[in-house]
Design a protein around this ligand. Structure first.
Ligand code: FAD
Ligand code: FO1
Length: 445
């Protein structure tokens, strides 16, 4: 970010992607730098009034998690300060008033954060050090280029993984802070600064924060990791970990999850299947967004896919739905409608259905560009884990063959992998999945 020798003086950790007190390399690094120069340590969070398509269900989840983080930091005499507004409006003055000697920030491959960091750097002269606390093998170290797929990134990650997949040191009580620095955050006031749209339904099956994430992890390892390789692809069984909302907001560390899974003694094939998703697939998404500034555009699709989708753009569409009909889950396909309802009601669609869901949007939209923007908008609006590199890579995989190979050409899809309703119905009890979403709808407030 910005080199420069670090003189003695306050160290500020600008928390954004990794919103947790424990297992957080950004915080551990900031503390080590502050201890080295016998300086105070501060944590700040810049709370923006809007964040993409985020609504109240996302901000509630995030802010409740942050307030738990505040109390964990307080126990270590480390203040958390929430500053409302765009970072460039608040952070430079804060750093200058404090005469900060170093700013530590989280690695984040998304456009929003890149723009924030660029704007802040333009206003301050303090050294800025970026730490990748989200990935196990840091994104910039795993690979210096956009990877074709999991098969090209996997060996690079596997070669380095053991150096990075370790236990974490604990955050210390900060020896150069004092209790009078700990001014409590006014969370009611913070919430009032948020101007996002209100979600139609709240999400009540999952509680936010590290404590809830840790319980979800322990239950997953005990009850669901054994057998995960088999059950994870069946939307009628609760076989996935349900950790993605916590991982998205950085309320739990992926390294912590991988470390506990590896120590679990669960059957090898299940551990392997889980770590493939958690480490390789997830880090492939960061790789995609970091090395493709156009990660949410058709231009990021591989050439073979762009060409073949264009060749089939004029193919007749037996079904063509405007975004509003998709959003209200009113298509001819009850399986697809059930997936849309699951996402709207629970804030989380089953992983297998996400592929089917996005691919049908391609089939029922006038072109790939429209399909891409519709899938991203709906996913970012309703999914608790949305607005995330995994989402942009997941939608690009489904609609544009990113990280996938070419398949025999067919109408509309060209060489992009096709998924049929019949294929889905052959894999799991689709009627049960449909009924489950109807019941969920009746039960939800
Ligand atoms: P588990 O099966 O328990 O997996 C554990 C973790 O591994 C996940 O939390 C996630 O971090 C990672 N992981 C699993 N599958 C994938 C994958 N295919 N790609 C990248 N990482 C993966 N994931 C999101 O976090 N946010 C999204 O907005 C999102 N949108 C998607 C959209 C589409 C169209 C597709 C095909 C996939 C999308 N995914 C997204 C990826 C994947 O479906 C989810 O990560 C997963 O279903 C989350 O549920 P879980 O944590 O219970 O998964
Ligand atoms: N990060 C911030 O630093 N400040 C915010 O106010 C903020 C709001 C927000 C709302 C919804 C959401 O999904 C993410 C949000 N983030 C915010 C970013 C988030 O913590 C991650 O850094 C990014 O989503 C990238 O993964």
């Amino acid at each position: 970010m910005r080199e420069g020798s670090v003189s003695a003086g306050p160290v500020v950790y600008w928390m954004s992607r990794d919103q947790r007190a424990q297992d957080n390399w950004s915080l551990l690094y900031a503390q080590s730098m502050a201890v080295e120069t016998k300086s105070p340590l501060y944590v700040v969070f810049c709370l923006v009034p809007r964040f993409g398509a985020a609504e109240t269900r996302h901000y509630d989840f995030m802010i409740k998690g942050l307030s738990e983080t505040e109390s964990r930091l307080r126990a270590r005499i480390i203040p958390l300060q929430v500053m409302a507004g765009r970072p460039v409006e608040t952070l430079p003055a804060y750093l200058n008033d404090l005469r900060a000697a170093l700013l530590v920030t989280d690695f984040d491959p998304l456009r929003i954060k890149r723009d924030w960091t660029k704007a802040v750097l333009g206003q301050v002269s303090v050294p800025v050090h970026e730490v990748d606390s989200h990935n196990i093998v840091p994104c910039r170290i795993a690979s210096q280029k956009a990877e074709y797929g999991a098969y090209t990134l996997r060996p690079k990650i596997n070669r380095l993984k053991d150096n990075f997949l370790t236990e974490f040191p604990r955050v210390r009580k900060h020896p150069f802070n004092t209790a009078d620095m700990l001014k409590p955050v006014d969370w009611e006031q913070a919430l009032r600064t948020v101007k996002c749209a209100a979600s139609r339904t709240q999400v009540d099956w999952i509680s936010p924060g590290f404590r809830a994430a840790d319980r979800m992890l322990k239950d997953f390892i005990r009850l669901k990791l054994p057998g995960y390789a088999e059950t994870r692809n069946d939307p009628t069984r609760d076989g996935q970990s349900n950790l993605s909302p916590f991982l998205h907001f950085g309320q739990i560390s992926a390294q912590r999850v991988a470390w506990e899974a590896q120590q679990s003694g669960a059957p090898e094939p299940d551990q392997e299947a889980f770590l493939e998703e958690l480490i390789v697939r997830r880090e492939l998404s960061d790789n995609f967004c970091h090395y493709h500034a156009d990660y949410d555009k058709v231009s990021a699709f591989p050439g073979w896919a762009r060409k073949s989708l264009a060749e089939h753009e004029a193919d007749p569409r037996p079904y063509l739905y405007p975004e509003s009909r998709l959003e209200s889950a009113e298509t001819h396909d009850e399986l697809w409608n059930a997936a849309q309802k699951e996402m709207m009601q629970r804030g989380k669609m089953h992983g297998y259905m996400r592929m089917y869901w996005a691919k049908k949007i391609l089939e029922w939209s006038e072109d790939a560009e429209k399909a891409l923007s519709t899938a991203i908008r709906l996913n970012d609006r309703y999914s608790l884990d949305g607005r995330d590199p995994n989402g942009y890579a997941g939608v690009a995989w489904s609609i544009g063959g990113v990280h996938d190979r070419a398949w025999p050409s067919r109408p509309i899809f060209g060489k992009v992998r096709y998924m049929s309703e019949g294929g889905a119905r052959a894999k799991f009890r689709a009627n049960l999945y449909v009924r489950m979403q109807e019941e969920e709808k009746r039960d939800s407030p």
